[in-house]
Design a protein. Structure first.
Length: 720
């Protein structure tokens, strides 16, 4: 799920890159639009108020044909922009002081879905823009309206569409005028926008008041129950984020069902695919993410020249916050750190200030995962109260403006009354992450109790990072003690006085730091394999011809676009390689026993026709399984997939790459439907020292979720 980036930030040219200082110009569009969906045809009359901008060049789709309807104003084509979308550059000749012009243009816009690979087995469909009988999608990326560089825009729009069609855009609407065979839909937005969207299709419309905001749902088929779930969720999340950040910036929020599988967040609406919106967990994961984008990215706009801060902050205050409320914030952070380890290597790493948008699993690991960890470390550094005040200050100062990481830093500095340059600059401009080593730990009795001493080292090859390392010490007959140790150099000694006898020391026990994880800190998961562009997939030679072909089809799908992935019959391999992960496919695979040996430490058994996971038994005849283990000697992952029939494998090939954070999965039937997912337990870590010989589970209370502090922080904020 992502904020849809406007045209000026996704096309490969510098002409129209925008900066905060240049974003003061405001253009008003008054658009009269006619759509002929069967012919992919668009006709527009646009009355434009230029708002004092000096620039007279604009961009428009090259298949449209602009004409001036204003006397004394002429249009001349200047050239075109290179790229996958045909876009022309036009120049206006007009009398000095002329600010109002009317343009007319028409033509065909019809582009096809394009599939791009994000990681082995995982792809994404993208659509530049189209007008079709299935639906219409137009945004600035397809240049369907005249775009003037270095400007934001306000607009009113009236769109003629076929009967039973509706139109969605940002702002206030829909106002519906029915003229029989044609329907005219009106929208308008008076707040400055970085894009103008036009989405249309055969929709069922639902609406509900949500605390001063209108919640809306547009579905392609009637489904009142589904609509009500989203309307109620919209109300709840709007309340949550208004209390946390500030007033919602728009008149409505709409869920819009798309005609291809997408996950886009636009100002005041989200465009989700039909399959996506019917997944039960989306209401509690991706949906709040898209609502929150109306604060971050869709009302405070992104200065992409400084890097995209919006995805990380949105992920932190949506996906992470909801996990934190369930007591799983540390698990969520560990998963993000593990994704970074699985998908990032020296050749594809990049600093945060170069992140623009997600185009691969690697870019997601940096732009979402590393970024959200930056905000988490900032929160721990400042404290929850100051962090929340900083968020509100940033939002109030930058609503409907273009803002970057520098503006974020300035907002937090003004609230914290301290310079944060030493914090922000290394995390924004450097690649990599720290790797910690716990060394020379010892304890001794003192006249007042006990003392624990040791050394923390940053052992990565790169220079040290500025970090505050949490040390959690369990004591005998005393509460656990938490100490935060600044470690800005290569080696840092520490000494902690205790009232009770130390039992166990844990370094960064809740994964509060962005850092490299040790393999022992993480369970083996599917992302260990899907994050590798160099792995071996073994097809069972003894399987039936149909099963062997189906397994090979799955393997070919996962290999597509990744020449470093090798597919072989198990009979052609004398020994499992030590230098890469391996997929072992099939019940008959000769290396299945070698895989099962990696699971001896876990709650797992396979006997006859039963597989037992966590004390629950599953029959092999109607269940498919995907399990991951790790070879102790090399640390490389082994995964095994056992399917019930050839018919189940296309679904498994499509679904498994989306379950990357799990160690084990069970699916029922040929659909197949997931009925079990989980991670193997982790008990060892090089960043833990036991002084009794036994490993304790953490007993200290986790820090509370950010949302628990809203009321007190809001009260103090109002007195600031």
């Amino acid at each position: 799920m992502t904020k849809k980036s406007p045209l000026r930030f996704i096309l490969p040219w510098l002409l129209i890159l925008i900066s905060p200082a240049e974003a003061s110009s405001l253009v008003q569009h008054n658009l009269q639009v006619e759509l002929n969906t069967n012919k992919h045809y668009l006709h527009v009359v646009d009355q434009i108020e230029l708002g004092g901008i000096e620039q007279r060049e604009f961009l428009l789709h090259d298949d449209l044909n602009p004409r001036s309807l204003t006397p004394g104003v002429t249009i001349k084509r200047q050239g075109s922009v290179s790229g996958s979308i045909p876009i022309a550059v036009y120049r206006l000749s007009m009398p000095e002081g002329q600010q109002a012009i009317t343009l007319e243009y028409d033509g065909v816009i019809s582009h096809q879905l394009k599939r791009s690979q994000e990681s082995p087995g995982r792809s994404q469909e993208r659509l530049a823009g189209t007008i079709s009988p299935e639906g219409t999608y137009l945004d600035a990326g397809v240049a369907w309206y005249p775009y003037f560089q270095n400007s934001l825009q306000t607009f009113s729009m009236s769109v003629s569409v076929p009967e039973e069609w509706l139109v969605i855009s940002q702002g206030e609407g829909p106002i519906i005028d029915d003229y029989g065979d044609q329907v005219q839909i009106r929208w308008h937005e008076s707040q400055p926008q970085d894009d103008i969207y036009l989405v249309a299709g055969p929709y069922q419309f639902y609406q509900q008041a949500a605390g001063g905001v209108e919640a809306q749902v547009f579905l392609r088929q009637p489904d009142k129950s589904l609509a009500e779930r989203y309307l109620n969720a919209t109300r709840d999340y709007l309340l949550l984020y208004q209390e946390l950040i500030g007033n919602y910036p728009y008149h409505k929020f709409a869920l819009v069902e798309n005609f291809w599988e997408s996950g886009y967040g636009m100002p005041s609406f989200t465009l989700l695919g039909s399959r996506v919106i019917r997944l039960p967990f989306i209401l509690h994961t991706s949906y709040p993410h898209e609502i929150l984008h109306n604060w971050w990215g869709n009302s405070v706009y992104i200065d992409f020249q400084q890097g995209n801060w919006s995805e990380g902050l949105t992920s932190y205050l949506a996906d992470h916050l909801l996990a934190e409320q369930r007591g799983k914030g540390d698990h969520y952070r560990r998963n993000q750190l593990q994704r970074y380890s699985d998908f990032i290597h020296q050749e594809n790493d990049f600093p945060l200030n170069r992140f623009r948008s997600r185009h691969s699993s690697a870019s997601q690991a940096v732009g979402y995962g590393k970024s959200l960890m930056l905000f988490h470390m900032l929160r721990r550094h400042l404290g929850d109260e100051t962090f929340i005040k900083g968020l509100r200050h940033f939002y109030q100062n930058n609503r409907f403006k273009v803002a970057g990481f520098q503006d974020l830093q300035q907002a937090f500095e003004e609230i914290a009354e301290q310079s944060l340059d030493d914090f922000f600059q290394p995390w924004l401009t450097r690649t990599g992450a720290p790797k910690l080593s716990l060394q020379e730990v010892k304890t001794e009795k003192t006249p007042k109790g006990y003392r624990i001493e040791g050394k923390l080292a940053q052992i990565q090859k790169s220079a040290p990072f500025p970090i505050e390392v949490p040390l959690l010490i369990h004591q005998q007959n005393a509460e656990p003690k938490l100490v935060r140790l600044p470690v800005n150099q290569r080696n840092k000694s520490f000494s902690v006085e205790l009232s009770g006898k130390p039992i166990q020391l844990d370094v960064d026990p809740w994964f509060d730091l962005f850092r490299h994880l040790y393999p022992e800190e993480t369970p083996p998961t599917l992302s260990n394999l899907f994050g590798s562009e160099n792995l071996l997939i073994l097809v069972p030679a003894d399987a039936t011809k149909a099963m062997q072909q189906a397994y090979r089809g799955l393997a070919n799908r996962w290999r597509d676009g990744y020449p470093g992935i090798e597919i072989a019959l198990d009979s052609d391999v004398d020994k499992l390689p030590d230098d890469r992960p391996v997929w072992i496919l099939g019940w008959e695979n000769r290396y299945k026993t070698a895989f099962l040996n990696t699971l001896k430490a876990y709650p797992f058994q396979m006997q006859n026709s039963i597989l037992k996971l966590n004390q629950t038994s599953y029959s092999l005849k109607d269940h498919s399984f995907a399990l991951v283990g790790r070879r102790s000697t090399e640390g490389k992952s082994l995964a095994w997939l056992g399917a019930i029939s050839p018919d189940s494998l296309p679904g498994l090939a499509r679904k498994l790459p989306h379950y990357g954070k799990y160690s084990y999965l069970a699916f029922h039937g040929t659909a197949p439907n997931n009925i079990l997912k989980g991670q193997w337990p982790v008990t060892e870590s090089p960043l833990r020292r036991s002084f009794t010989g036994e490993i304790l589970q953490l007993k200290a209370s986790k820090p509370p979720p950010l949302v628990n502090n809203i009321e007190s922080s809001r009260s103090k904020h109002s007195n600031h």
